[in-house]
Design a protein around this ligand. Structure first.
Ligand code: 5GP
Length: 200
């Protein structure tokens, strides 16, 4: 129902309606492990493939993990209104191509974006009916352990990640739901329930 005074649509999604879910969470929280389980268990979900100007990492496939594009192409996409949201993160640009997400939702598929906080805020503005879910670590100490325990990055890189993580966690109240990743299987089933909008 539309609010008579404000004309605003309510944020709740009607039962059975495909919905857009944004999944955010700090680096090191285990987003990729949980989301790859979600993907395995529910192949009917559409996972957005972001565009990015960052270089591919070993094993990453263009068009699968990301669309790897030049800065010029990324800027062209923004100017043409092709991005649902975009943000700069750790020196690179990341954005969600709008059309495939809209097509999936129109075709009745639930859709998932795995993006960082600034992008999540833009989606909230652009699509108020979207559901924002934050994946949380069981504790701050566990996150610090996970980020420093990788042992592969210089101390200043880890420090920067922790500072970003602190900011992201401070935004928890802007999200509709949180899922604590203490156990990947438990977190996966909670997230699936939220994405599909029904009990498993
Ligand atoms: P990575 O470079 O490690 O793959 O991703 C870095 C960060 O960018 C992660 O927090 C990831 O969620 C975020 N990210 C990936 N794609 C997008 C996107 O399309 N938009 C925004 N805003 N963030 C993204």
């Amino acid at each position: 129902m539309i609010d008579a005074k404000t004309g605003a649509e309510p944020r709740t999604v009607r039962q059975g309606e495909p919905r857009l879910t944004v999944v955010s969470g700090p680096s090191g929280v285990g987003k990729s492990s949980v989301l790859s389980e979600v993907r395995r268990l529910a192949p009917e979900i559409y996972f957005s493939v972001s565009a990015t100007t960052r270089a591919p990492r070993a094993g990453e496939v263009d068009g699968d993990h990301y669309h790897f594009v030049s800065t010029a192409e990324f800027e062209r996409m923004i100017a043409a209104g092709e991005m649902l949201e975009h943000a700069r993160y750790a020196g690179n640009l990341y954005g969600t191509p709008r059309k495939p997400v809209e097509e999936a939702l129109a075709a009745g598929q639930p859709a998932v974006l795995e993006i960082e906080l600034q992008g999540a805020r833009q989606v909230r503005q652009a699509m108020p009916e979207a559901q924002l879910v934050m994946l949380l670590p069981p504790s701050w100490e566990v996150l610090v352990d996970r980020l420093t325990g990788r042992g592969t990055e210089p101390a200043e890189v880890v420090e920067r990640r922790l500072a970003t993580a602190r900011k992201e966690l401070a935004a928890e109240s802007e999200f509709d739901a949180t899922v604590v990743n203490a156990d990947v299987q438990v977190a996966t089933s909670e997230l699936l329930r939220l994405i599909l909008g029904r009990e498993q």
